[in-house]
Design a protein around this ligand. Structure first.
Ligand SMILES: [Zn+2]
Length: 329
């Protein structure tokens, strides 16, 4: 009996589902992936990686549908197993395409939507030097200008940030939000970002020091600069986890919103963090691949332990014999 492709297609379910997410599947454990989505303002990067994760499941689902089809053929046309198998085999490529086309699993978006709030940073791109007593007032007034603060209401908090941040660093705002809030799928770029009750701090990511305070009741708006937005776990020596060892929800009072259109806002400089992160990645790759360390790389884990030597005369510290990098005590 000659059975046409159309006749077989008619036996396929109208909708197929090729991917079933596991109960705990989400992007939670993939901060780098989230960061790439934010940086590129697109979910494409997820779908590239994602294809690999669920490929096998998709294959076996398709196989399942093809097997079911054989049974349906046998019943509908009263034919033998072998003949049904031949019929499906003959059109396997066309049927596979059809099964993919009918796939209604929205697993890709679901995976993204299931990913809860993550700790994030918005950098003002403004660097503050190490703060000495005589510079305090000047730094304070510069900080207030950047953070759009008039009057003395938050002087206590801001002075605490300046005095306790030790090594200076970048002025940053801390909050928690779902990463996909910052991906605008139609590609249009946000124009402003507003924070209410912001948690702000000065953080030196190079050496892992910093301090933050909440400005309760304050609201401020900046120009939206995508390069200044970070999933905190992707930033080396980040404040929440590496420096302060905070609970992940410590900055939950900070409310964040982004949008389009005219809004009075402060311009921001592009943060150097993105370049720093890139350099960090390159240094790690170099050391892991070649075992060769780099002069002035202050991450002691990227120098061989056997090259490190403690020097007990002034100035005390640790020295790498291979590249001469010195960590003063
Ligand atoms: Zn070294």
């Amino acid at each position: 009996m000659e059975i046409s492709l159309e006749q077989i297609k008619a036996l396929l379910p109208k909708r197929t589902t090729l991917i079933f997410l596991g109960r705990d599947d989400s992007l939670e454990g993939f901060p780098d992936l989230m960061q790439r989505c934010i940086a590129e303002n697109s979910f494409c990067v997820v779908s590239e990686d994602w294809d690999d994760w669920y490929l096998e499941q998709e294959y076996s689902s398709v196989e399942g549908y093809l097997n079911d089809l054989k049974d349906s053929l046998k019943v509908s046309f009263g034919i033998e197993e072998e003949e049904a198998e031949m019929g499906v085999l003959h059109f396997q490529d066309e049927l596979t395409v059809e099964i993919y086309e009918r796939d209604d699993s929205n697993a890709f978006m679901e995976l993204i939507n299931r990913t809860g709030k993550v700790s994030m940073i918005y950098s003002t791109g403004e660097e503050f030097p190490e703060c000495y007593r005589e510079d305090l007032e000047e730094s304070l007034s510069r900080m207030k200008k950047i953070l759009q603060i008039e009057g003395t209401k938050f002087d206590r908090e801001l002075k605490a940030v300046l005095e306790n941040s030790g090594y200076g660093g970048e002025l940053e705002i801390f909050f928690r939000e779902e990463f996909h809030y910052f991906v605008n799928e139609d590609g249009k770029e946000f124009e402003w970002i507003t924070f209410k009750n912001p948690m702000v701090g000065i953080i030196a990511h190079g050496c892992g020091a910093g301090y933050a305070e909440e400005l309760k009741g304050h609201e401020m708006t900046f120009q939206f600069e995508r390069a200044n937005l970070f999933v905190e776990k992707t930033v080396k020596y980040n404040y929440t986890f590496d420096i302060a060892g905070m609970y992940y929800d410590w900055a939950d009072d900070t409310e964040v919103s982004v949008g389009f259109g005219e809004k009075e806002c402060n311009k921001v400089e592009v943060s150097e963090q993105a370049d720093n992160q890139k350099r960090e990645k390159e240094l790690t790759e170099k050391f892991n691949k070649t075992g060769v360390c780099t002069a002035l790389d202050m991450d002691i884990t990227r120098h061989k332990g056997s090259d490190l030597e403690y020097i007990n005369s002034f100035p005390c510290g640790t020295k790498c014999k291979a590249c001469q990098t010195f960590w003063i005590d």
